[in-house]
Design a protein around this ligand. Structure first.
Ligand code: HEC
Ligand SMILES: [Cu+2]
Length: 389
């Protein structure tokens, strides 16, 4: 834009324009920075949708990329066309402002072209996508694991001998053998959640009163990170999970370990902790072999309101995988565990008055009682088969 500046008033206008454009620049710059921050937070997180590992995740990734490339081609074509039209048909000084350019309304060739090309592209995408949708929700002949979402953690149950009752009940981490297509039966115990471990498969909702079938598999051992992806209330963002993929020997060893009930500890401090646990914690938690629930069936494993703690220390994380159970040097994360037992609602927002989450023990337990309880918790189960790297 050409602006001639002669008088003092125009000088003011120019300053104002300058400020205006500076403001515009700031807005645009902060927009860019925000976008960059959002992208960076995607890339640094451990939940990585851009690096598929399992077959199912690879299938989804392939379709995502294909449609992404097609959309980019369309986007580039449209942007280029707009620029060409702007330059080629711009108003020229000797144009008659009252004369309309040649109109092309009703041009059958043009209309057919811009209708048919998108139709062909969309039909092509449908042909690629629809069979994949059915394929992904089919069952495999691998073993089945029950997945239950509740505010705000995931529970996994295994019927090892396939007699209709669960033999292993665990939380936060679903442990599976390498190379096997595992069937998941996804339930919800309260509101709608959604199960997503992006490196192993796409998202599947957990809906109260329904069972959704899904599959996960990984060709390599490792720990893969996931997150609830359907907004489910206060601590939705703190409802994470992990898949721990083990080679078949390690998996069998893990199963055998999980089938072992717990025993009463022998050391004095742990024993005191065990007794405190019986007074303060068994209304919600079960520990197979020592603190079982009174109801029938597999009540020795299922409390219905809180994670089964029988093999707590064989997990790598706790409280919806929000906290690491071990430090980087391999020692137990005693500080975090103690804080959790002392005041869980402070560590993870919840509503224990509504049976959503664990209650606070700030008023109930003194320091030495907390220490004893943690000493007892550390005896539960052994070490995890794999540690996060
Ligand atoms: C009112 C029920 C209730 C009581 C009582 C209770 N808890 Fe919990 N506890 C929960 C719930 C619910 C969770 C899961 C919270 C989450 O992940 O958001 C939990 C989680 C935990 C976890 C983490 C388990 C995991 O794998 O994520 C530990 C450890 C734990 N509780 C220990 C204790 C101890 C020790 C006591 C007794 C001092 C106790 N709890 C009393 C309900 C309870
Ligand atoms: Cu959820």
């Amino acid at each position: 834009m050409k602006v001639k500046i002669n008088t003092s008033t125009e000088g003011t206008t120019r300053t104002m324009r300058k400020q205006g454009s500076l403001f515009g620049k700031t807005v645009r710059l902060s927009g860019l920075l925000l976008a960059a921050a959002a992208l960076a937070s995607c890339a640094t997180g451990r939940i990585d949708p851009t690096d598929p590992v399992g077959e199912n995740a690879k299938q989804i990734d392939g379709i995502m990329r294909l449609s992404g490339y097609m959309a980019s081609a369309v986007g580039i074509f449209v942007a280029a066309a707009v620029i060409i039209v702007i330059v080629k048909f711009r108003a020229r000084p000797d144009d008659d402002p009252n004369e309309l350019p040649k109109q092309i309304h009703g041009n059958k060739k043009a209309e057919l072209t811009w209708t048919l090309i998108p139709v062909v592209m969309l039909v092509f995408l449908a042909i690629v996508t629809i069979p994949a949708v059915f394929d992904l929700s089919g069952k495999s002949d691998g073993r089945t694991i029950k997945v239950e979402g509740q505010q705000w953690w995931w529970q996994f149950s295994y019927d090892v001998d396939e007699d209709g009752t669960d033999d292993i009940v665990t939380a936060n981490e679903i442990v599976i053998p390498v190379g096997e297509e595992i069937n998941l039966e996804i339930h919800s115990n309260d509101v709608i959640h959604s199960f997503w471990i992006p490196q192993l498969n796409g998202k599947k909702d957990a809906v109260p009163g329904r069972i959704h079938h899904w599959r996960i598999s990984s060709p390599e051992p490792g720990i893969f990170y996931g997150e609830c992806v359907e907004f489910c209330g206060l601590s939705h963002a703190n409802m994470q999970m992990r898949a721990v993929v083990l080679n078949s020997n390690d998996y069998e060893a893990w199963v055998q370990q999980q089938l072992q009930p717990s025993t009463i500890p022998t050391s004095a401090a742990a024993k005191r902790g065990y007794e405190l646990f019986g007074r303060h914690c068994v209304s919600c938690h079960v520990i197979d072999g020592v603190y079982e629930s009174a109801a029938d069936g597999n009540a020795n494993l299922l409390s219905g309101v809180a994670p089964n703690l029988t093999h707590l220390m064989t997990r790598t994380s706790f409280a919806g995988s929000l906290f690491e159970l071990y430090n980087d040097d391999g020692s137990a994360n005693i500080a975090e565990l103690r804080e959790w037992v002392r005041d869980a609602p402070d560590r993870k927002p919840s509503r224990p008055d509504n049976r959503q989450g664990m209650i606070s023990f700030v008023e109930t337990l003194n320091n030495s009682e907390l220490d004893d309880l943690v000493t007892y918790l550390l005896t539960l189960g052994g070490k995890p088969p794999l540690m996060p790297s």
